[in-house]
Design a protein around this ligand. Structure first.
Ligand SMILES: Cc1cc2nc3c(=O)[nH]c(=O)nc-3n(C[C@H](O)[C@H](O)[C@H](O)COP(=O)(O)OP(=O)(O)OC[C@H]3O[C@@H](n4cnc5c(N)ncnc54)[C@H](O)[C@@H]3O)c2cc1C
Length: 445
């Protein structure tokens, strides 16, 4: 008889675990409190239709994402193009590209970063020395990187104020979701090694046209339904029940109980803590640690512009209101044009700013990133505010992120915030779903 799995949470982590376990012959039930899958990838409000919360950007180093899209048959929507590069909008309005020379990795990234046109020659030289040292590990990287901020480390290694604010800070905001003065130096070093100081294709960039629904959510939902998994949308879990040794079941908000052989909690960490009994939080350091994780906010503004259909662009903004901008063409049901999405991360004060302020700054920043769009008519706009968008990767956080196997043998955790070693983004969520499924299969043997 098929072994049963209950997965709580229909974000990308839960979806991935469901697809992988379903593919391994388990009878999967996925419970999601909202009426559609997608989690934080989708924003919904009572007053408006749900919309993509995040502009889709896939990097060549996003192996777990690419492998999942391959399984779903949508990988061909992701086209890496050499013409799409990181661009930087510097204070004063200058737009400069990060070059990606035709050299094997990591020489391509070292040369690209070291010839960054946004810095004076003296600083470029120091960038190269810093990268060489980090890559070669000679002398070895300091052992205390996990307890210091990236800003500290970069300053100690001769990175000037300009290099930090024009180059490293925009990259950290985009790849880690927070400021250099907040994120840990170890996380920053890992990101640098993973994305830049490795194979050339790791720095490849793609902006799929169709958005996150056609790329991931719709095909995943179809695949799960067709292959016999049960999707229960609009169902909220309000308790996970334990005896002394294992999970004995879950209780839905309606009061009904559900039981299975295996349980996966693919929830944001705060939400998970609220479903656990107090005794689990106090008796097990594995769970107690979760109460010490913190998140950082994000605000995204999407602008639908009717007229132009330019090539996709990704611009990282230095010293501006928003931290990165993605523009891509759209064409659906008679409407065609450009969607411009601007994202600001880590600024909690921003969550309370009035819509018109957020929109005005978005239009100013978009105008400087896309001079050809200045004056273009904005046909529609949408603002997404998320107080807990990303796990805050502060010094000390890495040691609090849990592995998938909990102290209870039939309970596993997934989520972008678990211990994947990656920043808490879509790639981390998908990798956590993969690892969670592997851990269940291994425990079942
Ligand atoms: C504004 C914004 C911008 C972002 N930008 C980017 C970006 O550019 N690139 C990137 O890679 N990532 C980005 N992210 C992060 C990305 O959205 C997350 O990394 C990803 O969604 C995490 O997936 P997850 O499955 O771990 O968690 P989630 O997506 O949070 O999914 C958890 C699911 O659990 C459900 N749930 C919660 N409680 C219950 C319950 N009691 N019962 C049943 N279901 C429950 C929730 O409804 C949700 O669907 C952004 C996020 C936001 C908000």
């Amino acid at each position: 008889m098929k072994r049963t799995v209950l997965i709580i949470g229909g974000g990308p982590a839960g979806i991935t675990a469901a697809l992988r376990l379903n593919g391994r012959g388990y009878a999967v039930t996925l419970l999601e409190q909202r009426f559609e899958l997608g989690g934080r990838l989708i924003s919904s409000s009572e007053s408006a239709e749900s919309t993509d919360a995040i502009p889709p950007v896939v990097l060549g180093c996003h192996k777990a994402t690419l492998s999942l899209l391959e399984t779903l048959g949508t990988a061909r929507q992701v086209r890496f193009s050499n013409r799409l590069r990181f661009e930087f909008l510097l204070p004063g309005g200058r737009l400069v590209p990060l070059r990606r020379p035709w050299l094997p990795g990591p020489l391509h990234a070292m040369l690209g970063l070291a010839t960054f046109p946004g810095l004076p020659l003296r600083d470029r030289w120091r960038v190269l020395a810093f990268l060489e040292r980090t890559w070669e590990g000679d002398p070895e990287l300091p052992l205390d990187l996990g307890s210091r901020t990236a800003n500290d480390w970069l300053t100690e290694f001769g990175q000037s104020k300009e290099a930090r604010s024009h180059l490293w800070s925009p990259l950290a905001r985009f790849l880690l979701g927070d400021d250099l003065t907040v994120v840990s130096a170890a996380t920053f070093a890992r990101m640098l090694s993973h994305c830049f100081l490795s194979a050339r294709h790791h720095t490849g960039l793609a902006i799929p046209i169709g958005g996150i629904r056609s790329l991931l959510l719709t095909p995943a939902s179809e695949r799960l339904t067709q292959s016999g998994a049960t999707l229960r949308l609009g169902i909220s879990v309000n308790q996970i029940r334990f005896d002394a040794h294992r999970v004995t079941g879950i209780q839905l908000q309606s009061g009904s109980p559900l039981v299975a052989d295996w349980y996966v909690a693919a929830l944001p960490h705060r939400r998970l803590c609220s479903l656990l009994p107090e005794s689990a939080l106090t008796n097990y350091s594995y769970f107690e640690q979760l109460t010490r994780l913190t998140d950082s906010p994000a605000v995204t503004v999407h602008l639908w512009m009717g007229s132009t259909r330019p090539a996709p662009r990704l611009v990282l903004l230095a010293g501006r209101t928003y931290h990165w901008m993605v523009s891509r063409a759209f064409g659906e049901s008679g409407r065609q044009g450009t969607i411009v999405s601007l994202v600001a991360t880590g600024l909690s004060g921003w969550l309370d700013r009035p819509d018109q302020d957020l929109l005005k700054s978005a239009l100013d920043d978009a105008g400087d990133c896309l001079p050809t769009a200045v004056g273009a008519k904005v046909a529609d706009s949408r603002i997404v505010r998320e107080p807990q968008a990303f796990l805050s990767l502060r010094p000390g956080t890495a040691s609090l992120r849990p592995l998938p196997q909990s102290p209870f043998p039939n309970l596993f955790l997934a989520g972008d915030w678990t211990d994947t070693g990656l920043p808490a983004t879509l790639e981390s969520a998908i990798l956590s779903g993969d690892r969670c499924a592997e851990a269940i299969v291994a425990a079942d043997q």
